[in-house]
Design a protein around this ligand. Sequence first.
Ligand SMILES: NC(=O)C1=CN([C@@H]2O[C@H](COP(=O)(O)OP(=O)(O)OC[C@H]3O[C@@H](n4cnc5c(N)ncnc54)[C@H](OP(=O)(O)O)[C@@H]3O)[C@@H](O)[C@H]2O)C=CC1
Ligand SMILES: CC(C)(CO)C(=O)C(=O)O
Length: 329
Amino acid sequence: MTRICVFGAGAIGSHLATRAALGGADVAVVARGPHLEAMRARGITLHAHDGVRTVRVQAFATAEEVGPVDAVLVTTKVPALPAAARAIAPLLGPDTPVAFVTNGIPWWYFLRHGGPREGERIPLLDPGAEIERSIGMHRTLGGVVYSASAVIEPGVVKSEHADIRLFLGEPDGSVTPRAQAIASAIEAGGMPCPVVTDIRHRVWGKLMGNLTSGPLCILSRADMMTTLSDPAIYAAAIAIAEEGAALALAHGHDLATSAEARMKRSAMIAHKPSILQDLELGRAMEIDALFTVPLDLAKQAGVPMPVFELTARLATQAARAAGLYAPAP
Ligand SMILES: NC(=O)C1=CN([C@@H]2O[C@H](COP(=O)(O)OP(=O)(O)OC[C@H]3O[C@@H](n4cnc5c(N)ncnc54)[C@H](OP(=O)(O)O)[C@@H]3O)[C@@H](O)[C@H]2O)C=CC1
Ligand SMILES: CC(C)(CO)C(=O)C(=O)O
């Protein structure tokens, strides 16, 4: 039986832990606060399109209590990754892979890339290369998740939409048994989990949703369905998705889904993007992975993104004003 530890089990991590447990894996989670206490006492209850389920998982406050596992899924927010990377050392056996399941441009984007920018670091996402040093690229897997989720009360997670999936991939595009072992458990628990040969393509596809709904919902303070119901805002979202697609193309990724189709889907989801949840709950916001780094990449590639830039800069100011984002000096 595969032993999996989900480190930073909030909305996404608890959903994935539930799927892996339903799929027959031996699952431990590392979490904190009232959510940890509730998971310890009552397990995780997941409300999803396919029903309401409660699973028991082993819930811990530290990785030391878990010990070495077969695979780690890291599902903290991006600003917490350097601390998480330091903390997970006790989970690592000689061959334990670590899948980073986060939104935005990942810290490892140009590592094991094989392209002209191979080996470039992104200091905003991995200051001092601390994540890379603590985990090592040989262990690192990419993860891109679709699951509009929130912790609605301690121990209880709600996933808003039927279109859930986790894409896993090695940064160098190989398909490995270690990625397939994680995927089998998640799939068996009811969440499609393809192991893909181009995880960066999935990063770009997912980023389109965050570039659009992220800044706009921070400005509206409303869920995606409400925000996008205004025709002028919907038009701005389409414009951002088109700008984002041009940036993805400049990085060699031709996204098949049109901006219109993407926004039509987003406008049907009554979900507050996780970055808006962070603003409302006073948690550090993923401004750099979702906004600053894409804007930097756009500047480097000479791709104009005027609508995204305006909305992202305004959203960044809102994050700073709330004390939830401090730009690097
Ligand atoms: N929610 C969503 O709908 C979606 C989110 N995503 C992405 O998935 C990633 C995870 O998001 P999400 O699940 O919403 O985030 P959450 O904030 O719900 O979960 C992260 C959890 O990690 C915990 N944590 C952080 N550091 C530690 C630590 N050192 N030890 C123990 N626990 C720790 C946090 O605790 P605490 O709260 O105390 O800080 C929190 O419970 C993000 O990159 C997000 O953008 C992707 C798709 C959809
Ligand atoms: C909005 C959504 C579901 C997709 O773009 C997301 O990724 C988030 O909540 O962070």
